[in-house]
Ligand binder design. Sequence first.
Ligand code: SAM
Length: 276
Amino acid sequence: MNIWFTENQSDSLRLSLKVKNILYSSKTPYQNLMIVETEQYGKALILDNIIQTTEYDEFFYHEMITHVPLFTHPDPKKILIIGGGDGGAVREILKHDTVEKVTLVDIDEEVIKTSKLFLPTIGCCLNDPKVEVICTDGIEFIKGKKKYYDIIIVDSTDPVGPAIGLFNKEFYNNTYDALKDDGILTVQSESPIINTNVTVDIYKTIKNIYPVTYLYTGIVPTYQGGLWCFTLGSKHYDPLQTTVNNIGFITKYFTPEIFKACFSLPSFIKNMLEGD
Ligand code: SAM
């Protein structure tokens, strides 16, 4: 069999993965969903022809979007994830003993069901008793919430379709209100190589709202450009003043050294953020 899945990562860049099997395909009310088994990265969740996560490279992203804010906060108890229906972020968050409750709000119930069924190593903790899954629009869900969460993580699709409203000032203001006085927001912030303007916009918008704001980077081999950004907006705690001595559980990418290093930005990203 010589079948390839190709993602158009930009008008001039494509990523192709050799496919062993197409396991599932459906049109949900929100997006086209596919599960394909690839030779290189195992099973992959694909939404609207964009790779969301794969069995073998998901840990880069899920560890970085969760452990950086959770180790910045000294006592994270109540966590909200907006998006993240695959369950990878939930699995990582539950590794922190302090966590009492994780609320996952994904607009698309099909993503959650499919991940539990086809991607058990990623969706394994979605039925954990500490986890509440709510299938609704995160933009509406957050409105009116006051000082409730310790951490909010936005693990969304790219800023198109139902996710557009997860990338603007009104939404980030609502996250600010929904966080306790020492709460922390972390947002997946796209590729600094392919989606430069989006990355800069997210960072600058959050920086105008949160007193402590940093961009940090990680690697995700199947995402556009391979280098990925995250924005951390904190009401009080500063990750640069935080030292992680002992992780206390098993990770594949995140280490105490990476916690420190991920905030050291390459010059081209620094220049991007400093431009008008
Ligand atoms: N790690 C991935 C990435 O960066 O491409 C994101 C993975 S996760 C599967 C993205 C999820 O965001 C999808 O399941 C999608 O249904 C959800 N989503 C998109 N817009 C949303 C909204 N407005 N409210 C809640 N969830 C949303």
